[in-house]
Design a protein around this ligand. Structure first.
Ligand code: F3S
Length: 80
């Protein structure tokens, strides 16, 4: 299983991730990204059919703000 959380401290609101993976990411009022599945707690396993989008967004983020893990994040950003 894959889990994802956005590091909002390093996100620069570039807007790439939700364009790449609209089912996984959205932007808050400041344009900072968050995970749609779990409101950026990183606790929801990403469905298999969205894993390709997830990896594309992960690789496309210019500030490496999208964190991936095999374990839930419990709201704690862990940089890879
Ligand atoms: Fe932010 Fe990276 Fe998305 S900078 S808006 S998390 S592509």
């Amino acid at each position: 299983e894959k889990y994802s959380i956005v590091n909002k401290d390093t996100c620069i609101a570039c807007g790439a991730c939700a364009a790449t993976a609209p089912d996984l990411f959205d932007y808050d009022d400041e344009g900072l990204a968050f995970t749609l599945l779990d409101q950026n707690t990183g606790n929801a396993a990403v469905p298999d059919e969205l894993l390709e989008d997830l990896v594309d967004a992960y690789e496309g983020c210019p500030t490496e703000s999208i964190c991936l893990s095999d374990e839930p994040f419990n709201g704690q950003v862990v940089n890879q």
